[in-house]
Ligand binder design. Structure first.
Ligand code: BES
Ligand code: MN
Ligand code: MN
Length: 462
């Protein structure tokens, strides 16, 4: 039986299994879900075993475990390492979901007329890494496996992969591979397959601004004592100028500028601005002057407030001059910005611009390096050929705005090319209410992954 026939025969079960995984609320950020995150690790372990992997192991870390498994059919054959993450983002605000976040259901949408799976983690990343386990099962069952394969599925990606670095460094030999496959990104569209070759890095900061030593009556003191929320807003506003250029001294020093030819190639990717605005229900886009939307996302760094709080936010009105204000601020970085350096530049600048009427605390949460991967490696060529086969169209390379901090470490420490082999769409509502993943994307992904293995071993001449 061919992989395609096996897939056709088993597709309902492949969907049901993914549903079972999606029912586990493996939210790594929230201690309330600790047991569920561990349950998801066990689920992954069992699915790897059932698919036919050997040496399947739950590798404990100081945080959540890393699930490892492998199938070495012949040490002379090329080896594929698969990376993914079984943890998910928090699902709140729950009330904005049309159906419960951890009760997956199939629904048709305009973009997915044949149906999409709605659940937290459907696209990021359960639906995407699970394709690899199912492709592996299909290749095993049909005697089509032409490469050795290793799986490393972690549970802390959404909180910065703190313990993965150490695991990778301590297990370099075990993780040795000729290529690393990661399905945790988007394509331009079903009609426009693409392969991601760039990811932004990240520096995630939290600031605390304190005025008076306690909350005050805003009539008795208002206008005479600094309001830390007002001050914080002013400080944040000053972090970008009228051209949306970041004002932190030294921020752009290491930013790689692309040549005119490189920029032109990037901008040749299919992109419809009015469709983009339409899907987001916005009248106009907004970003750094002098760059297109594709460039603003792919090759330019940026700074965003992710959350801001302080004072009174309950029902009705309370007159108060708060003592403290807080914000979570992230900066997306591009090559060759270093997140530790950027975090320091931010901290120094933020303290320098604070008026004497307040005190400021700055802390760095987590960060990660940006990455650019080759668009001509053997792995890339195999991915290109596989997509061309299943989509009937040659994929183009794109640069994405999201971050997968471990990619840069893979390049540096494992020395093999990571292939960002994502099958999601940017409309999948990652990290948002109503996250979903197209059934067609899921199934074509499984088929394309199996095709990758064939092309990769053929290109290696084995
Ligand atoms: N899968 C995403 C990254 C991603 C999304 C890349 C879309 C390209 C396109 C990943 O799970 C993620 O959300 N990463 C975080 C970074 C992490 C350090 C919290 C991100 O990008 O915010
Ligand atoms: Mn992800
Ligand atoms: Mn994510």
């Amino acid at each position: 039986m061919s992989v395609a026939a096996y897939l056709e025969k088993n597709k309902d079960r492949f969907l049901q299994e993914l549903f079972d995984l999606l029912r586990i609320p493996s939210v790594s950020a929230d201690p309330k879900f600790k047991g569920d995150v561990v349950a998801a690790a066990n689920f992954v372990k069992n699915s790897l075993q059932q698919a036919g992997a050997d040496r399947v192991e739950i590798c404990e870390t100081p945080g959540f475990p890393i699930v490892y498994g492998e199938k070495i059919i012949d040490p002379n054959l090329p080896t594929v390492l698969v990376y993914g993450h079984y943890d998910v983002q928090p699902a709140d605000p729950y009330e904005l979901w049309d159906s419960p976040a951890f009760e997956p259901i199939l629904k048709k949408t305009a973009i997915h007329p044949e149906g999409a799976i709605f659940a937290r983690g459907a696209a990021d990343d359960k639906g995407q890494f699970y394709m690899h386990i199912k492709a592996f099962e299909a290749m095993m069952a049909t005697s089509d496996l032409s490469c050795n394969v290793k799986f490393m599925i972690e549970g802390e990606e959404e909180i910065g992969s703190d313990n993965l670095d150490k695991f990778v460094l301590a297990n370099k030999e075990r993780l040795k591979a000729d290529v690393i496959l990661i399905s945790d990104t988007h394509m331009i569209g079903m009609d426009n397959p693409s392969i991601t070759v760039g990811l932004r890095g990240m520096a995630y900061m939290e600031v605390e601004v304190t005025g008076s030593n306690r909350d005050l009556h805003s009539g008795t003191y208002g206008g005479a004592v600094a309001n830390p929320i007002n001050v914080l807003c002013k400080m944040i506003a000053s972090l970008k100028d009228e051209n949306e250029h970041i004002t932190i001294p030294g921020f752009y020093e290491k930013v790689q500028e692309l040549s005119a030819a490189q920029r032109q190639r990037l901008n040749e990717a299919p992109f419809d601005l009015s469709e983009y605005k339409g899907k987001l229900d916005i009248q106009e886009v907004h970003g750094e002057k002098g760059y297109s939307t594709i460039e603003r996302i792919g090759i330019r760094p940026t700074l965003d407030v992710n959350g801001i709080w302080g004072g009174y936010t309950g029902e009705g009105a309370k007159t108060v001059l708060p003592s403290k204000a807080f914000a979570k601020i992230s900066m997306r970085l591009v090559p060759d910005q270093d997140w530790h350096e950027i975090a320091t530049l931010f901290e120094n600048h933020f303290k320098a611009i604070a008026p004497a009427s307040v005190t400021v605390k700055v802390k760095a949460h987590h960060g990660g390096a940006p990455a650019v991967v080759s668009d001509s490696s053997l792995g890339y060529q195999a991915a290109e050929a596989a997509m061309e086969e299943t989509f009937g169209k040659r994929p183009i390379p794109t640069r994405e705005g999201g971050s997968i901090p471990i990619v840069a470490l893979f390049q540096k420490e494992l020395g093999s090319d990571p292939i960002l082999f994502g099958f999601g769409l940017d409309t999948d509502a990652l990290h948002s209410p109503n996250e979903h993943y197209g059934v067609k994307n899921y199934l074509i992904g499984i088929e394309t992954i199996a095709s990758f293995f064939r092309h990769f071993s053929a290109l290696q001449g084995k």
